[in-house]
Design a protein around this ligand. Structure first.
Ligand SMILES: C[S@@+](CC[C@H](N)C(=O)[O-])C[C@H]1O[C@@H](n2cnc3c(N)ncnc32)[C@H](O)[C@@H]1O
Length: 246
């Protein structure tokens, strides 16, 4: 008999995830600040937020003044949570159940900006996703993403204390790209995570018809520094703005 616990799914943990963000998550607070800085949302921008979850970044982009925001996520339960937030605070965001690797329901060249906050690590096919993002962007449109920093959030990486008392990250398996599942029962990555090296991310962007315009490795804000002090000195995220070139 298989006694392995069932892996969590995004559909299965959607309500837990929504509560986590509603109760104040240091990582998400930093992620959305970073995403907004890189996006520099123009008032006439049509924005698509892929792997939008319960709409955390979509709402921030709408509040920042985008002309239109569309949120797309594969998990119907996440989209249901996003729509509940839209009913509570109407921002005019349209939410769709949609696979980021195809974006079938969305026409070519329809958006000035595509964003992805903490989603690329959850999507199995990075190349197909970048192809779909490229297709739905207008000429010279931007793709802005924030990912868990692959160098410091590699599979089974953990926080340790050095001999002189400083928090540090212990990394053992950085070069081994694979799908892995965190054993932390309260961790976001218990729903699984596609670990890729930073080189894979950057090369996929560059070969996908984009140039890199700006990258960031943000330092922890107040809430994250309280919740996980190690991220004062080590970046929890890698973020970039890429521009569609051809
Ligand atoms: C860590 S959550 C991030 C959600 C949101 N962007 C945020 O910052 O709170 C990852 C999301 O990726 C979504 N996801 C995973 N694979 C996907 C795919 N192929 N297409 C669209 N969304 C996907 C999951 O359903 C989940 O909502």
């Amino acid at each position: 008999m298989n006694t392995e616990p069932q892996a969590a799914t995004w559909s299965g943990i959607a309500d837990w995830y929504d509560n986590l963000l509603q109760s104040g998550s240091g990582p998400h607070e930093l992620a959305v600040q970073t995403l907004l800085r890189l996006s520099a949302t123009a008032p006439d921008a049509d924005v698509l937020d892929i792997a939008c979850g319960q709409g955390h970044a979509s709402r921030a982009l709408a509040r920042a003044g985008a002309r239109s925001v569309t949120g797309a996520d594969l998990a119907p339960e996440m989209i249901a949570a996003a729509r509940r937030h839209e009913a509570d605070e109407p921002l005019g965001i349209e939410y769709l159940v949609e696979d980021a690797a195809t974006l079938h329901a969305l026409p070519d060249a329809a958006f000035d900006l595509v964003t992805c906050q903490l989603g690329l690590m959850d999507i199995p096919d990075l190349t197909a996703t970048l192809t779909a993002v490229h297709r739905v962007l207008r000429p010279a449109g931007a793709f802005v993403f924030v990912i868990g920093h692959p160098c410091f959030l590699a599979p089974d990486a953990r926080t340790i204390t050095t001999a002189d008392g400083r928090p540090a990250r212990l990394i053992t398996d950085y070069l081994h790209e694979r799908f892995w599942t965190s054993r932390n029962p309260r961790g976001v990555r218990r729903a699984g995570n596609h670990h890729r090296t930073l080189a894979t991310y950057l090369n996929s962007i560059l070969t996908g018809g984009f140039t890199l315009e700006l990258v960031k490795e943000p330092t922890a804000g107040t809430l994250l520094a309280q919740q996980q002090p190690v991220y004062r000195a080590i970046p929890i995220f890698f973020a970039a703005r890429a521009r569609k070139t051809h």
